[in-house]
Design a protein around this ligand. Structure first.
Ligand SMILES: Cc1cc2nc3c(=O)[nH]c(=O)nc-3n(C[C@H](O)[C@H](O)[C@H](O)COP(=O)(O)OP(=O)(O)OC[C@H]3O[C@@H](n4cnc5c(N)ncnc54)[C@H](O)[C@@H]3O)c2cc1C
Length: 290
C-alpha cells in the first residue's frame, strides 16, 4: 500500500481503469476507485452525476480555547431542525450548532450560538474562538442502497455516500463501518456484498431517523423527553445508550414503553419532593479557565 499526502485534482475514466491526478501532477492508474473524500469530494462529483443530489444541512461552530468543562450541553430551539452542542475537550470546548442550509437560514445559526455562549458562560468566552464548519449530507429516501455507494469500478464510503444520521447528524460510526464493509467485500472479490451489508446493518436506522426528524425536534417531544430523562435513571440509561450508538432507533419505543411506569413514578416523586420544598438546586455549569 502507498499513502501519498496530496490532494486529488481529477479522476478520469480510461477504459476499465481510472486515471487519478493529484496537485503535484502525479498520476496513477487504478482499476477500482473508492471515494472517501466527503460529500463535496472530487470522486462523488465524478461518479455520481446521474444520481439525485444528497440532502444537505450545515454544521458550524467554534473551538473555544482556554476553557474546559466537565459537562456536555445540548440545547434545542423552537422550530429549528437541529441542535446546539458544547462538547468539552481537555484544553478547549468544541461548540457548534447544526441546521438546514438555505438563504438566510445558516446565517442565523452562528448568532444563535454566540448568544447562547454569552448567556451561559459570559461575554469573555467570545475572545478566543477558532471557527469551523462544513456541510453535512444525508441520503434521500428515494436512493437505493446499491446506487448510493457502488457502481462500475467505484464505491463511495462515509459522507461521500451520504451515510449520516439525518436526525443527530452523526456520521463517524457510519464512515468507519462502511469502510470496513467495503474492505471486506473487496477482499472477498464480491463488491456487491458492500451495499448488501450496509443496507442490512443501518439503512433501517437512517430511514427511521429521517422519518421521525420532525417529531424529534418538536417542542412537545423534546420537553417530554427531557423531563422524563431528568426524572428517571432507566430513561437516562436509554438516552446514554442512544448517544453512544448502543441503542437502536427501532427498539427505542419498546425501551421507553417498558420503562414508562418507573419513569412516571420517578417523575411523580420528583414533583412531590419539589412541592415539599426538598428539591436539590440545579448545579451551575462549571467552566474552568486554564
Ligand atoms: C460541525 C460538525 C460536527 C460534527 N459532529 C459529529 C459528531 O459529534 N459525531 C459524529 O459521528 N459525526 C459528526 N459530524 C459528521 C462527521 O464529521 C462526518 O460524518 C464524518 O467525518 C465523515 O467521515 P468521512 O471520512 O466520510 O469524511 P470526512 O471526515 O469529511 O473526511 C474526508 C477527508 O477527505 C479529504 N479530502 C477531501 N477532498 C480531497 C481530495 N480532493 N484529495 C485528497 N483528500 C481529500 C478531506 O481533507 C478529509 O480529510 C459532524 C460534522 C460537522 C460538520
Amino acid at each position: 500500500m502507498q499513502v501519498r499526502p496530496a490532494r486529488v485534482t481529477s479522476v478520469q475514466r480510461e477504459g476499465r481503469f481510472w486515471r487519478v491526478t493529484d496537485t503535484s501532477g502525479h498520476t496513477e492508474r487504478v482499476d477500482f476507485l473508492v471515494g472517501a473524500d466527503g460529500a463535496s469530494g472530487v470522486v462523488r462529483g465524478r461518479v455520481a452525476k446521474h444520481l439525485p443530489p444528497l440532502l444537505q444541512c450545515v454544521g458550524l461552530g467554534y473551538f473555544v480555547e482556554g476553557y474546559t468543562s466537565d459537562e456536555i450541553v445540548v440545547k434545542f430551539f423552537d422550530a429549528l431542525d437541529g441542535y446546539l452542542w458544547v462538547f468539552p475537550r481537555l484544553d478547549h470546548l468544541a461548540v457548534g450548532i447544526c441546521g438546514p442550509t438555505g438563504p438566510g437560514r445558516s446565517e442565523q445559526l452562528l448568532p444563535e450560538l454566540e448568544r447562547f455562549l454569552v448567556d451561559f458562560y459570559g461575554a469573555n468566552i467570545l475572545r478566543q474562538l477558532k471557527r469551523y464548519g462544513a456541510r453535512i449530507p444525508s441520503l434521500p429516501r428515494s436512493l437505493a442502497g446499491k446506487d448510493a455507494c457502488l457502481g462500475d469500478g467505484w464505491a463511495l464510503v462515509g459522507d461521500a455516500a451520504g451515510l449520516v444520521d439525518p436526525l443527530t447528524r452523526e456520521g463517524i460510526h457510519y464512515a468507519l463501518a462502511s469502510a470496513q464493509f467495503l474492505a471486506e467485500a473487496l477482499s472477498d472479490s464480491n463488491p456487491e456484498g458492500y451495499p448488501q451489508r450496509w443496507e442490512a446493518s443501518f439503512r433501517g436506522e437512517l430511514e427511521w431517523a429521517g422519518r421521525h426528524k420532525d417529531l424529534f425536534f418538536s417542542r412537545h417531544f423534546i420537553e417530554a423527553f427531557t423531563v422524563l430523562s431528568s426524572a428517571s435513571r432507566a430513561v437516562q440509561a436509554i438516552v446514554s445508550d442512544l448517544v453512544a450508538g448502543r441503542q437502536q432507533y427501532k427498539n427505542l419505543r419498546k425501551g421507553l414503553t417498558a420503562n414508562a411506569p418507573s419513569a412516571a413514578v420517578a417523575l411523580a416523586a420528583r414533583f412531590i419532593k419539589r412541592g415539599l420544598g426538598g428539591a436539590a438546586p440545579m448545579t451551575p455549569p462549571t467552566v474552568v479557565s486554564l
